[in-house]
Write a new protein. Structure first.
Length: 163
């Protein structure tokens, strides 16, 4: 009996919990702000899950801003696009992707610690549902125009993340 317990303990230590998002990566990411005066910015990218299990990003943080939030846009009753925080986060299916793009889901950087300078790199840490984390380095690209997939309806410079 005693011997069984001794054998069981090391085995338990070795059985690490399955990582919910061990196949996570970020593709084509960048962060931007509307002007050098902006106190907030936003990040756009493709969240990739090359793992075998679905995963969910539930939060983020960065040294570049006081707070990073997961946001999306909703069109209100007056046809005005508003940003709201997505409390449940963004699901990334196993073997799939989740796009963060202009006019849609995005990473919000609130309370920038310094202006986002073109070409600089910003480190962002993503927090997953199981508490695990992964980091990505995203370039600042204030000049990037919204892509063809970027929500479309906003047009031109699109929705401002300034102020
Ligand atoms: Cu936002």
């Amino acid at each position: 009996m005693f011997r069984t317990l001794l054998l069981a303990a090391p085995a338990a230590l070795l059985s690490l919990p399955a990582l919910a998002c061990d196949g996570f990566s970020v593709e084509g990411g960048y962060v931007r702000s509307s002007t050098a005066m902006s106190t907030s910015g936003a990040g756009f990218m493709t969240l990739v899950n090359n793992g075998d299990t679905d995963c969910r990003v539930v939060g983020a943080r960065t040294g570049a801003a006081a707070r990073a939030e997961l946001h999306t846009h909703q069109i209100d009753a007056n046809g005005v696009a508003r940003m709201i925080e997505v409390e449940e986060g963004f699901a990334i299916p196993a073997g799939g992707t989740h796009a963060l793009e202009r006019g849609a889901d995005h990473l919000m950087l609130m309370g920038l610690t310094a202006p986002l300078t073109q070409g600089e790199m910003v480190a962002v840490t993503f927090v997953f549902e199981d508490g695990s984390e992964a980091s990505a380095e995203l370039p600042v690209d204030n000049e990037r125009m919204p892509g063809a997939m970027g929500g479309g309806s906003m047009g031109g410079m699109g929705h401002s993340h300034g102020n």
